[in-house]
Design a protein around this ligand. Structure first.
Ligand code: FAD
Length: 437
């Protein structure tokens, strides 16, 4: 009898241990299923960038299966058991999902199934919960986690199954979506191979949004078009500070996944509970200005416009805009995190919420609250010639070099005045923090 391979965040055939197990269980006869879960799909109608990207990735996956991907819309706890019954499946195979919703969903599916639900692997090189201190507890701080993670190690990438016959069944049509370049497993592999040639420079250039020299692999990683294990194996063959630095960033992704698996509430609540009492302002006009890139601070506005227009933002700029929302506008990080999830193509609950918590000072291993980014200094330091801000803000086009970061000293028609005075906002943030202590 055939087995079901239920794809979720692993839209690839290579280096997919769950697929290997499915092929062995079904003796090569497989149904490949993707469930369009209304809870996730309908959650936010403005999440266009993410939806378009998902549909493009599913199309590519189906192409690599001879068009046989079965897509069904509905509650997974109904859809998966119904399909398994329809074909008399021996088992249903998945890569484990460690997110709070994914865990609940998988328990419900398991209960409703007549055959076993078998989880093999996860979207991480080391599954959440595996890296433990000598006392058997989990890490709260990144650096010791990183050391233990390296020591724990991971398996080598696995080949796709030698023989698979994809059995088709009726399938819902994929939702209509705008085409997206570069989606899918083949494109992800190619993009990664091309990027690896220059990874040696990563260490020096990764903080510079103007150079745009980071990998943008967060997007294929989010959809599982490539597994981090594959990337780590390639990095291990390089001997450069750039490759080392890159591996450390991949470990941050794993650390975030580990933290969220242990603290599902950290998705929207501060990990350090005393921060529940910090005084925040309700999101109002200034929040709207932040979302729309109209704060009057070029590095903040360029980042927010890059996000709205392209579904991506450079990491350094993510930190600056997040700090600005929390510490200059005094708005709770969860509002910013929601906006990011709506707009980011790589929007990932674990990486997003835990990074917001890091910036907001309330995470496990966070930047101290009283260290407050000055948006102008950040802009001048990391975008020294102003190329990044001019790229995203046409009204700054005529301000050469560093002048683009201080438009208030010049004339930039059509560009808004600053909505807050950073020095005053900083004092206010510190006052609120002192009240907390
Ligand atoms: P590169 O610099 O090329 O890094 C390589 C890979 O390492 C990334 O693809 C990513 O998988 C991982 N990585 C790098 N930095 C981090 C980090 N700080 N935390 C976790 N993983 C990291 N990343 C997401 O994937 N999804 C999110 O929703 C997300 N939200 C964020 C929100 C905020 C407020 C901040 C400060 C960071 C967020 N990040 C998120 C982390 C980081 O900004 C992105 O992973 C990175 O910018 C993606 O670009 P890249 O692939 O070119 O990165």
């Amino acid at each position: 009898a055939p087995a079901v391979m239920w794809f979720r965040r692993d839209l690839r055939l290579a280096d997919n241990p769950a697929l290997l197990d499915a092929a062995a269980a079904g003796d090569g006869q497989l149904i490949g299923l993707f469930v369009l879960d209304p809870l996730l799909w309908d959650e936010d109608e403005e999440a266009d960038a993410r939806r378009d990207r998902l549909v493009a990735s599913l199309r590519s996956l189906s192409d690599s299966m001879g068009g046989k991907l079965v897509v069904r819309r509905g509650d997974p706890a109904e859809v998966v058991p119904a399909l398994a019954k329809e074909i008399g499946a021996v088992s249903v195979h998945v890569a484990a999902d460690y997110g709070p919703y994914g865990q609940r969903r998988d328990r419900a599916v398991e209960e409703a199934l007549d055959c076993p639900l078998i989880a093999t692997g996860s979207p991480y090189a080391v599954a959440p919960g595996r890296v433990l201190t000598q006392q058997g507890s989990s890490y709260q701080v990144f650096t010791p986690y990183f050391r233990a993670w390296l020591e724990h190690g991971w398996r080598q990438p696995v080949d796709p199954p030698a023989r698979v016959e994809w059995i088709g069944r009726w399938s819902d049509a994929l939702p209509s979506a705008s085409p997206v370049d570069g989606a899918g497993e083949g494109a992800a592999r190619q993009h990664w191979q091309d990027y690896l040639d220059g990874v040696a420079a990563y260490d020096d250039e990764r903080d510079r949004p103007d150079l745009d020299s980071t990998s943008r692999m967060s997007i294929p990683l989010k959809y599982g078009e490539i597994h981090p294990r594959t990337m780590l194996a390639d990095l291990a063959r390089q001997r450069s500070a750039g490759a080392e630095a890159y591996r450390r960033e991949l470990a941050w992704r794993e650390f975030c996944g580990d933290l969220l698996a242990r603290h599902p509430e950290a998705a929207w609540k501060p990990l350090r509970p005393e921060f529940e009492k910090l005084a925040y302002d309700e999101p109002g006009d200034s929040f709207d200005a932040w979302c729309n890139g109209l704060t009057g601070y070029p590095i903040v506005d360029a980042g927010m416009r890059q996000l709205a227009q392209s579904g991506f933002m450079h990491n350094r700029v993510r930190m600056v805009v997040a700090s600005f929302l929390v510490k200059d506008l005094h708005v709770h990080w969860k509002h910013g995190a929601k906006w990011f999830m709506r707009k980011l193509q790589d929007g990932d609950l674990a990486s997003n919420s835990l990074n917001w918590q890091w910036v907001a000072g309330c995470g496990a291993d966070a930047s101290p609250y009283f260290r407050i980014f000055n948006p102008t200094t950040q802009g001048l330091k990391f975008d020294p010639a102003g190329d990044y801000v001019r790229r995203w803000i046409p009204a700054l086009a005529n301000l050469p070099g560093r002048a683009a970061h201080e438009p208030w000293k010049h004339s930039a028609e059509g560009y808004p005045a600053r909505i807050v005075d950073h020095a005053e906002a900083r004092q206010e943030a510190l006052r609120r923090y002192d009240a907390l202590r």
